[in-house]
Design a protein around this ligand. Structure first.
Ligand code: MN
Length: 201
């Protein structure tokens, strides 16, 4: 059975960027529901139970049709959110990547500001619900991708290293329709140490 991971900080730890009520609903209700629905689906296919969620998402096309869509949506949701919580941390002034990560971003995108601009453009460009990721491709290195719904970069054989949830449930209580304000504020809570750790791993 998959389990809802504990947050690595309190519900109010990301304020004022993400308010405690949003975190409480997002983690305790939305993420919890992805986990529950994923577990419920796998009851129908015991042979697929107990595998790491990454393995299911990397091999979606080999899953029985009876659970494939649920694993894609709810398994993707479970994995995306599990990553998302670790990629955030309390607000820091002048929050930016350092060292080799900063160099890699500059090399790929020209500068940190150019990277942020490109990532933000994608985050504002998603029509409906989805995520924008900085992902690592074995062939292409770092790249920005835009995925609808809860599709995981793993489904494209890419390793997610930083993601932003742009479903309305991620920001609507605090920002309403002002998605741009949410994305701008997001840069103050990115856990660059975790991003760097994931790239190195
Ligand atoms: Mn979400």
């Amino acid at each position: 059975m998959y389990e809802l991971p504990k947050l690595p900080y309190a519900y109010d730890a990301l304020e004022p960027v993400i308010d405690a009520r949003t975190m409480e609903l997002h983690h305790g209700k939305h993420h919890a529901t992805y986990v529950a629905k994923l577990n419920e689906a796998l009851m129908k296919e015991p042979a697929w139970q107990g595998k790491p969620i990454e393995e299911l998402l990397l091999n979606l096309e080999t899953l029985p049709p009876s659970i494939r869509m649920t694993v894609r949506n709810h398994g993707g949701g479970h994995h995306n959110h599990s990553l998302f919580w670790t990629m955030l941390r309390p607000v820091r002034e002048n929050n930016a990547p350092k060292g080799t990560l900063a160099e890699a971003i500059t090399k790929t995108f020209g500068s940190f500001d150019a990277f942020k601009e490109e990532f933000t453009k994608n985050a504002l460009g998603i029509f409906g619900s989805g995520w924008v990721w900085l992902a690592l491709s074995e062939v292409e290195g770092l790249k920005i991708i835009m995925n609808a719904n809860q599709d995981s970069p793993l489904m494209q054989k890419l390793t997610p290293v930083l993601g932003i949830d742009v479903w309305e449930h991620a920001y609507y209580l605090n920002y309403q329709n002002r998605r741009a304000d949410y994305v701008t504020a997001f840069w103050n809570i990115v856990n660059w140490d975790e991003v760097e750790r994931r790239i190195k791993a």
